[in-house]
Design a protein around this ligand. Structure first.
Ligand SMILES: C[S@@+](CC[C@H](N)C(=O)[O-])C[C@H]1O[C@@H](n2cnc3c(N)ncnc32)[C@H](O)[C@@H]1O
Ligand SMILES: Nc1nc2[nH]cc(C(=O)O)c2c(=O)[nH]1
Ligand code: SF4
Ligand SMILES: [Mg+2]
Length: 242
C-alpha cells in the first residue's frame, strides 16, 4: 500500500474558512508544499519545523485515525496541507472516504492537478496574492478550472483569495474578473500568526474584516462575492490542530 506524508489529523471541529464555513468536519493535513507563502499560517508543513511530526500512513491508517478521533460523529473530512494536490496517491483516501459515505472538502492553491480532484465535493482553490511573494501561473489555474467545469459532476468549487493589502485586493479583483462564474470568496489575512494574545488578535482581525467589508461595499466591480474571516482564528486564535 502506498503511503501519504501526514502531519496532522484532528477534529471534529468546524471548517473555519470559505464556502462551507461552520461545517462540522475532521481535518487531514498533508506535509509538503510547492509554495512558500510569506504569511503561511501552516508553514510547519513545509519549512522543516514540523519534520518530526510527519508520519507516512496508508489511506486505511488515516481512516482508522479519523475513526479513533471522531467515532461515528462525523460525515465530512477536509483535506488541507501543505498542498494536498502534490500527492497523486491521495486517490486511495478519497475513494475510501467515499465508500464510507463521507463528504470531502479540499484546500489547495490551484498550482497542481490531480484526477482525484474531480471526486471532491467541496473544492476550494486559493490562488495567492502578491503579498505572499508567490506568482500565480494563470495558465495552470485556468486549465484546472476548465477541467473541473467540463466535468461538472455535482461538485462545488470556489475561489478564495486572502487579502492583506491594497495590491492583494486588486489581485483578488483580477481573479474574480477572469473567472466571474465561479463562487468567489475574499478572506481576511492574518498578519499576526504568532500572537498568543487572543483578545488583541481577535479585535485586530475583526477591525481588518470591517475594513475589507467597507471596501467591497463601495466597489461596484465586486457584486456577487462573499467576505469572510477565518472563523477558527476568531475562536481559538493561532492554536494548531483546531
Ligand atoms: C494553509 S493553506 C493549505 C492549503 C493550500 N496550500 C492553500 O494555500 O490553499 C489553507 C488556507 O489558509 C490560507 N492562509 C494561509 N495563511 C493565512 C494567513 N496568514 N491568513 C489568512 N489565511 C491564510 C491559505 O490562503 C489557504 O486558503
Ligand atoms: N478549523 C479550521 N478550519 C480551517 N479551514 C482551513 C484550514 C486550513 O488550515 O487549511 C483550517 C484549519 O486549520 N482549521
Ligand atoms: S500554498 Fe498554502 S500551504 Fe503552501 S505556503 Fe501558501 S498558504 Fe502555506
Ligand atoms: Mg489553517
Amino acid at each position: 500500500m502506498s503511503k501519504l506524508p501526514i502531519i496532522e489529523i484532528f477534529g471534529p471541529t468546524i471548517q473555519g474558512e470559505g464556502m462551507v464555513v461552520g461545517q462540522k468536519t475532521m481535518f487531514v493535513r498533508t506535509a509538503g508544499c510547492d509554495y512558500s507563502c510569506s504569511w503561511c499560517d501552516s508553514a510547519f508543513t513545509w519549512d522543516g519545523t514540523g519534520k518530526h511530526l510527519i508520519v507516512q500512513m496508508t489511506a486505511q491508517e488515516v481512516w482508522s485515525e479519523l475513526k479513533r478521533l471522531g467515532g461515528n460523529g462525523f460525515s465530512f473530512v477536509t483535506i488541507s496541507g501543505g498542498n494536498p494536490a502534490l500527492l497523486r496517491n491521495l486517490d486511495a483516501l478519497v475513494a475510501l472516504l467515499k465508500e464510507n459515505n463521507i463528504k470531502i472538502g479540499v484546500e489547495t492553491q490551484g498550482s497542481k492537478w490531480q484526477d482525484w480532484l474531480y471526486d471532491i465535493d467541496e473544492l476550494t482553490i486559493s490562488p495567492k496574492p502578491p503579498s505572499s511573494k508567490m506568482t500565480t501561473d494563470f495558465s495552470i489555474l485556468s486549465t484546472i478550472l476548465k477541467k473541473l467545469r467540463d466535468r461538472n459532476n455535482n461538485q462545488h468549487i470556489s475561489l478564495k483569495v486572502v487579502v492583506f493589502n491594497q495590491e492583494d485586493y486588486l489581485y483578488a479583483k483580477e481573479v474574480h474578473r477572469r473567472y466571474p462564474t465561479i463562487p468567489f470568496y475574499l478572506q481576511v489575512g492574518n498578519d499576526d500568526i504568532t500572537s498568543l494574545d487572543n483578545t488583541q488578535l481577535v479585535s485586530h482581525l475583526l477591525e481588518k474584516y470591517q475594513t475589507l467589508i467597507d471596501q467591497v461595499m463601495m466597489d461596484e466591480e465586486l457584486k456577487n462575492v462573499k467576505i469572510l474571516p477565518q472563523l477558527h482564528t476568531l475562536i481559538w486564535g493561532n492554536k494548531r490542530g483546531v
